[in-house]
Write a protein that binds this ligand. Structure first.
Ligand SMILES: *Cc1c(COP(=O)(O)O)cnc(C)c1O
Length: 390
């Protein structure tokens, strides 16, 4: 059984990208990247001052349709700043999908708040919305327009939907629930630059949304992130708090609160401008690659390729297979086989509620996420693999 499915998956991948080894997701650099970096060096402004940061922010606003984008050092600090400005503080709880990268929960902890873990759904791997609704109905009460956890008596201030591997969460449904229960939405769109839901870019549905430009993401600034918002006042607060809360003045150093040095360096922003210019081309390449994988995996019983849900346009950041229940015990051998064949493949993150800092945190029943942990495989997804399509 194991032998059979391992061979089938390996063959399907080989039929798409050929014999040569392939990484999971590689960055791509072209002429413009080099040119921008050199121009930035030539200006002498490589860190917190310089024209590229604002240019990059404007380009992100233009691309995503968000009114404001604030560039920062990485996606994790973007999440931290966003939660802070959302008013998440000590003793608050924040609903966090257990199936996410550790940064989503860490950012909550940086605010002194408690991550409260919620379950995943099988199809697009995001938040399990029907289950969330029932859970909130049963375990929370409303008081003075805030949502209180009946068991812990703490305020559930916010929720962080994460668009897993670029697949959008159903933001309309989630929006309805959050409005009913008075919970703020801060989107973790770190993996989802280029993903759209009902025609709008993800990260623009919540009060704020967060992007990452880490080396493994769809575009990179080395390290980097951004916060999106449509609210002018929030944008001003975000800019202030991520730039040491310094009051604008030619020579004075005066800071009116404890700010953070989260500003994206100009050098990274110069790379970002060049990278963003090729995003559309990358998205097209990834779509082609996805289409090819989709055809190959149609005939592989027991391994479903995660694809676009209706109303969504994912960026296909990481191509994702979900094994059927019966094959969950074969995950290890499949991963060995794929990596031995030179096709870099990975399981999903360990669900956050199982990590040492988080085992004691509040959580709902997490059956789906616990099951998905044993059934998810990410396979080679670099945009340049589209040139190897046979
Ligand atoms: C990449 C990522 C982040 C942010 O990561 P940084 O490396 O700090 O830019 C946050 N959440 C998720 C789900 C991610 O994949």
């Amino acid at each position: 059984m194991t032998e059979h499915i391992s061979n089938q998956i390996t063959t399907a991948i080989r039929n798409v990208i050929g014999e040569k080894p392939a990484a999971l997701h590689e960055p791509e650099f072209g002429e413009l990247d080099y040119k921008n970096l050199i121009s930035c060096l030539d200006t002498g402004y490589v860190s917190s001052v310089g024209e590229y940061v604002e240019k990059f922010e404007k380009s992100i606003e233009g691309y995503t349709g968000a009114k404001y984008a604030i560039a920062v050092v990485n996606g994790t600090s973007a999440l931290h700043a966003a939660l802070k400005i959302a008013g998440v503080g000590p003793m608050d709880e924040v609903l966090v999908p257990t199936l996410s990268f550790v940064a989503t929960a860490n950012a909550v902890m940086y605010c002194g708040a408690i991550p409260h873990f919620i379950d995943a759904e099988e199809e697009a791997l995001g938040i399990n919305i029907p289950k969330l609704r029932k859970y909130l109905q049963e375990y929370t009460i409303q008081a003075n327009k805030v949502c209180i956890n009946k068991l812990t008596k703490k305020i559930i201030r916010a929720i962080i939907p994460m668009h897993a591997f670029g697949h959008p969460v159903d933001m309309f449904e989630l929006g309805k629930i959050c409005e009913e229960f008075n919970i703020l939405i801060v989107e973790d769109a770190a993996e989802a630059l280029g993903s759209h839901y009902q025609g709008a870019h993800v990260g623009t549905f919540g009060v704020m949304g967060v992007l990452s430009f880490n080396g493994n993401k769809i575009i990179t600034t080395g390290g980097g992130g951004a916060i999106l918002t449509n609210n002018e006042e929030i944008a001003a607060k975000l800019k202030h708090i991520t730039t040491t809360a310094k009051i604008k003045h030619v020579w004075e150093y005066r800071h009116d609160e404890v700010g953070f040095n989260y500003r994206m360096p100009n050098l990274n922003a110069s790379l970002g401008c060049a990278q963003l210019a090729r995003l559309t081309e990358k998205l097209e390449k990834k779509k082609k690659l996805h289409e090819s994988y989709r055809q190959q995996f149609e005939s592989v019983l027991g391994a479903r390729l995660v694809t676009a849900k209706s109303g969504t346009m994912p960026n296909y950041w990481l191509e994702t297979l979900v094994l059927s229940d019966e094959l969950s015990s074969d995950l290890g051998s499949i991963l060995i086989k794929l990596n031995d064949a030179g096709y870099m493949s990975r399981p999903v993150w360990t669900p956050l509620h199982k990590l040492r800092p988080y085992v004691i945190m509040p959580k709902m029943d997490l059956t789906v996420a616990n099951s998905l942990e044993k059934r998810i495989i990410n396979i080679p997804s670099s945009p340049n693999l589209s040139s190897r399509l046979t």
